[in-house]
Design a protein around this ligand. Structure first.
Ligand code: LLP
Length: 421
């Protein structure tokens, strides 16, 4: 098994045209997210072609970025969808992904959500606990139908990623341990209202090591053999998402090596592979643009205060994640380290720390790279800040795909309920 560097280290030049980004900042203002739709297509094809020759369904993980235009683009490439809420399922369908290509995951699915998902005829529900299996069974019974399910198995393997985004260890809340999973499969097999057709694992996100994925796939494939021996007809092998991308200079997993290691585990098994990539498809296809408001030196420390903040891109504050930050305007003068911070009233509100930057002036635009995944989708209205606009760049053309929120949008659900207490 190889584990080689993807040649895709994000650079501004490699991923985006500087003049287009400046035009976006000027026409649509900042802070703003811009996505290169040609790159989305390229990353999708890179992923898909790694599995060519095998029955595969790519189910794009909407949680990474669920903008309707992004999902519609993926629908046009024949992607399916991995959803974690009824809201995401509805987005996927609205954007043109057919229900039979939609899978539904997550530890806390609610009754109404499960009912609706079954009625919509999605491909299957990924079961995360024994209690949920019984819940799905009773809902299917009330609808007098058979619910297609898959069980998320927790392989208890360390994915070697950030603890907040590792999911495949027994101390994590996700999945069901192998022995219990087996008995739940037996129950589902005998049930009039359940049809177990898949098996699932997902050990974490931003994975850069292949070995833990390989070991998990081995364990799960072994379980499939024992289920098939019991005449439980598993058809789908859902390997989750998690493939890491390069934010700075990390060594990442090549999708081809990834596919080969999975195929090695599936030797002798005739299963359709389901993949749930999110970050790989959209992470490096997106950039976050912010504008410099002020510079200040405090106790010899340089701060660049910008108009984007942790409510727009929370990854640095939440995971101490690194994103490259590149000024779009030429500046003479020596570079010096600076913290790039936002207007939010928290010391944790930063987009970058100790970033070498040239002298900057008010109005200069900075590009924060690799922001396409878990950027807008994790944004909030903290400090009553409207969420950003989003634009698409496709074949060199710019198109607005989400309007900037207004103050009116932010208060719409409270305004008429304001009372005297
Ligand atoms: N499938 C399941 C069951 C998942 O839980 C996830 C991500 C994915 C697929 C997609 O994973 P991806 O290919 O994007 O790594 N907010 C964090 C990432 C959280 C990931 C949660 N689950 C971040 O900004 O790094």
């Amino acid at each position: 098994m190889k584990n080689i560097l993807t040649p895709n280290i994000p650079t501004l030049q490699g991923n985006f045209d500087k003049n287009i980004l400046l035009q976006i900042a000027k026409e649509y203002q900042t802070p703003i997210f811009a996505y290169d739709f040609d790159k989305i297509e390229e990353y999708y094809h890179q992923f898909k072609s790694a599995f060519s020759g095998r029955k595969t369904l790519i189910c794009y993980a909407l949680k990474a970025n669920s903008n309707l235009s992004v999902v519609k683009k993926l629908a046009s490439l024949e992607s399916g969808a991995d959803c974690v809420s009824l809201g995401e399922i509805k987005r996927a369908i609205l954007a043109g992904i057919p229900p039979y290509k939609i899978i539904y995951s997550g530890v806390g699915k609610q009754e109404e959500e499960i009912k609706e998902a079954i009625k919509l005829g999605i491909l299957f529900i990924n079961i995360e606990s024994k209690a949920e299996l019984f819940k799905v069974e009773s809902i299917a019974k009330s609808l007098n139908t058979k619910a297609r399910i898959s069980i998320r198995v927790n392989p208890d393997i360390d994915p070697q990623t950030h603890p907040y985004i590792s999911t495949g260890l027994k101390e994590n809340k996700f999945g069901i341990e192998i022995q219990e999973a087996k008995s739940l499969y037996l129950h589902a097999h005998k049930s009039e209202f359940l049809e177990p057709i898949g098996i699932h694992f997902h050990i974490g996100s931003q994975l850069t090591k292949l070995q833990p994925i390989y070991e998990s796939a081995q364990k799960i494939a072994k379980l499939v053999h024992s289920l098939l021996a019991l005449k439980i007809d598993i058809k789908f092998f859902d390997i989750g998402g998690g493939l890491g991308i390069t934010y700075s200079d990390e060594t990442t997993i090549n999708p081809y090596d990834y596919a080969q290691s999975i195929l090695e585990c599936l030797r002798g098994l005739d299963l359709t592979i389901i993949c749930e990539p999110g970050r790989f498809i959209i992470g490096n296809a997106g950039v976050f643009l912010v504008k410099v408001l002020y510079e200040k030196i405090s106790q010899n420390k340089r701060f660049v205060i910008v108009d984007g903040a942790m409510n727009d891109l929370i990854r640095p504050s939440l995971y101490n994640a690194y994103h490259q930050i590149i000024p779009l305007t030429q500046s003479q003068g020596e570079k010096s380290p600076a913290d790039i911070v936002g207007p939010i009233c928290e010391s944790g509100d930063y987009l970058g720390k100790n970033i070498e930057l040239p002298p900057l002036k008010e109005g200069d635009v900075l590009a924060i790279l690799s922001s396409g995944a878990y950027g807008f989708s994790m944004s909030s209205n903290y400090n009553t800040r409207p969420r950003c606009a989003e634009v698409a760049i496709s074949q060199g053309k710019i198109k607005l795909i989400r309007k900037r929120e207004t103050f009116e949008d932010l208060i719409a659900l409270e305004k008429d309920l304001m009372g005297d207490f």
